[in-house]
Every structure is written in C-alpha cells, then in structure tokens.
Design a protein around this ligand. Structure first.
Ligand code: MG
Ligand code: ZN
Length: 235
C-alpha cells in the first residue's frame, strides 16, 4: 500500500496561524467576532475567511504580504521532514486554508512539493477578494473554502492508501476523518481524542518523522505476519 502525506500550513508548518496574525496586525472591524464564529463553526470557513479579507483594502497588498512573510516562523524540523518524505518516497502535499500570497513565498525555499493547494487572492478591486479554486465536492457540505477531504479523495483516487494527515485546527477536521493516521496539535488533537481517530500528538516535525517511521515499521511487521499466514507463501 502506498503512503501519502497531506500537511496543513498555518499553525502546522508555521508556528502560528498567518490569517489570524494578519487580522491582529491590520485589525479590520469585527475581525475577532468573525474569527470566533469560524472556530465555533457557526459560519463556514469559506464565508468567514472571505469576510475577514473583504474588510481589508487592496491598497495594503504590499504591507500585508511583507508582514505575513516576515512574521511567519517555521516549526522546528520542517526542512528535515521534507527530506525524510523524499528519502522514503512518500508524496508530500501541502493542503492549506491559507492564501497564495503568503503560502507560496514562505514555502518556496523548502520545495518543490508533490503539490500545494490553497486559496487564491484578487487585489484588483477596492478590497481583497479571496478566490476558491478547490471547493467542496458533492460529498462535502462543509463550505471549506479549500476543501481538504475533496483534495484527498481526488488524489487518493480510490486506491488503497495509507493516508497521513498533519494539522492543528478547524480546517483539518474533515481531512482527519479521511486519514489512516493523524498527526495532530491543538484543537485537532482534542477532536482526534473525542472521535477516537488513530493519531499522535506532535510539537516539532522531528516528532512527525519518528511517528511516521514507527508506522512504517509496524506496517512492515503486519505485512510480514500476514504473508507468513498465507499457505504456500514463500517469502
Ligand atoms: Mg492550521
Ligand atoms: Zn469541504
């Protein structure tokens, strides 16, 4: 069975959430209420994130972009994690509810990746407009914005896949339900416990490397065990 990694960006690859950091810094009206409504799932991520950015003028594009890139801190061990996935031949996809104008430049020096999926932005009007190139398929009614379960379904293509999801928050909840194994922090970790999902908590990407190594080892034993049980199998 092949393995695939789907890794979140904000609050996972970066230590904190870049959208929240931008909102704190540029403070559009009511941003905290909107943020709370998103986190409590009162409004959809798509509606909430769209609303948050629609309050910011496009004329601030350069300041906002510069701030987001300079403010972002990469979680320890990420570069090594990318190398690890490469050396194990495990495709690593970045699936992010973040926005292109900060996701791409921050990731640039760590790539190339198997793929980067995030929301896009349009600064041509008076206010920032978020575009949604990866909306939910017919099986997701969550209005995710960037729909992680849809992306996973598409990329796994009905193949039997050991699906590893790494994340921290509200954009990862639906993706975690599609996973074989979840590496989780924060809200996502709490939900994994609540829902009884196969998961492990992490602080750094070194933890992720170790956890995935363990999973590979355990599966190796299982496969051998199964094979040994098949009559006539000459391994
Ligand atoms: Mg996140
Ligand atoms: Zn969705």
């Amino acid at each position: 069975m092949r393995s695939v990694i789907y890794c979140d960006f904000d609050g996972t690859i970066t230590e904190s959430d870049n959208i929240i950091a931008i909102m704190k810094e540029f403070a559009p009206p009511n941003w905290e209420d909107i943020k709370d409504q998103i986190l409590s799932q009162e409004i959809s991520i798509r509606e909430g994130v769209g609303k948050l950015f629609s309050e910011l003028p496009s004329s601030q594009k350069n300041e906002i972009t510069k701030f987001a890139i300079e403010n972002a801190r990469i979680r320890e061990g990420f570069a090594e994690f990318v190398e690890f996935a490469k050396s194990e031949n495990i495709p690593l996809y970045i699936v992010s509810g973040g926005i292109d104008f900060f996701v791409y430049p921050i990731l640039e020096k760590f790539g190339p990746f198997e793929g980067i999926y995030c929301n896009h932005s349009d600064f041509s009007g008076d206010h920032i407009k978020i575009l949604w190139p990866h909306t939910c398929d017919s099986l997701c009614e969550n209005e995710c914005g960037c729909c992680k379960p849809t992306i996973i379904r598409k990329l796994n293509a009905d193949e039997d896949t050991f699906t590893i999801v790494i994340g921290d928050s509200v954009t990862d909840l639906e993706a975690a339900k599609q996973a074989t194994f979840v590496l989780a922090r924060d809200l996502l970790e709490k939900k994994c416990i609540e829902w009884g999902l196969n998961h492990k908590g992490f602080n750094t990407f070194y933890d992720c490397i170790n956890a995935i190594k363990n999973q590979i080892e355990v599966r190796g034993h299982h496969v051998k065990g199964k094979m040994a049980g098949v009559s006539g199998y000459k391994g």
